[in-house]
Design a protein around this ligand. Structure first.
Ligand code: GZL
Length: 312
């Protein structure tokens, strides 16, 4: 919850003088911006020198940044991998240089021998929670669903789709009739939703939108309104992240449910690194953050207040 996020610095393990390179995907969503803000503030709190690189959502820029961190001889590398494949070579180079790599918020297909640990949510579970909410909400009613997928080839796009499909597979009245990537951004979420609305009888044949993140849902909500329909009523809206703007939409009755993803991935990452630097303590290979469902019944206006200004 918002309060938990505010307790970030409680018990922050110090690591005076260490230098960490952070290869961040970009700033494609409000959630990503919050993760960057919190990583920088956590580094500050702990006396860590952070070298920050924004890859503009391009894997080649991330690989170049990691190589430059290796050349600099940093004490650790944080990597939020834009896609799941293509990391073996550069992760082997980091291992050769004996620089520990910690993954944030997304997974890679490479062997986990090549990373110190990965901090993130159970992405399949998030999709299952979102799908489970919709199953309960519609009951036996026929429900044609459109899906806005995250960045193609990213672990959240793959796993959130799997989880949602797991949740609805035994309910023949629910079906995904259109599914396309909106690349986790508001602009593309709006654009793709406009095409879904046109293709589905002006949106009259759409019962629900499942968006892999809130930013695409917020863009889609705009498109639904411009099509003369009521988001949250004519078309149910369920998404993932828990950014302030989705709570604002919920409070206005324009969105129905979100699965919260904490943007504080750096806290657990820096804690694991502090222990590793101190005495070689090896963390678990996956440090899971919690996923919590919020609906209109959970005082969305208060949740908005608790999160706004946290760097989203
Ligand atoms: C999920 C994370 C996703 C967020 C999006 O762990 O990688 O990336 O859900 C962001 O908002 O673009």
């Amino acid at each position: 919850t918002g309060a938990a996020l505010m307790a970030l610095t409680a018990g922050a393990a110090l690591a005076e003088g260490e230098t960490v390179g952070f290869s961040q995907i970009g700033s494609e969503s409000g959630w990503r911006a919050a993760e960057t803000t919190l990583t920088k503030s956590q580094a500050e709190e702990r006396g860590i020198q952070l070298q920050f690189s924004d890859a503009q959502q391009k894997q080649e820029n991330q690989i170049a940044a990691i190589r430059s961190f290796i050349a600099q001889g940093v004490d650790a590398i944080l990597l939020a991998p834009v896609v799941a494949t293509g990391w073996d070579a550069v992760l082997e180079e980091a291992q050769e240089a004996e620089i520990p790599v910690v993954l944030l918020d997304r997974q890679v297909d490479s062997s986990d021998e090549l990373i110190l640990t990965a901090v993130g949510s159970n992405l399949v579970h998030e999709g299952e929670v979102a799908g489970g909410w919709l199953v309960n909400e519609v009951g036996d009613r026929e429900c044609r669903i459109v899906e806005l997928q995250g960045t193609t080839g990213s672990s959240p796009a793959i796993d959130r789709k799997t989880g949602f499909e797991n949740a609805i597979k035994d309910h023949v009245n629910l079906s995904i009739v259109r599914s396309q990537t909106g690349d986790f951004t508001r602009a593309q979420g709006k654009e793709v939703m406009e095409s879904f609305l046109q293709a589905e009888n002006g949106g009259k044949d759409i019962c629900a939108l499942y968006a892999h993140n809130d930013d695409m849902a917020v863009g889609a909500i705009q498109a639904i309104k411009e099509a003369g329909l009521a988001p949250g009523k004519d078309i149910l809206v369920v998404s993932i992240d828990g950014v302030p703007d989705i709570f604002q939409a919920m409070a206005a009755g324009e969105a129905n449910a979100t699965v919260e993803l904490t943007p504080n991935m750096a806290g657990p990452a820096f804690d694991a690194l502090a222990a590793y630097w101190a005495d070689g303590t090896m963390p678990e290979k996956f440090i899971q953050t919690e996923s919590k469902l919020y609906t209109q019944a959970d005082d969305p206006a208060a949740e908005y207040e608790a999160r706004k200004g946290l760097g989203y």
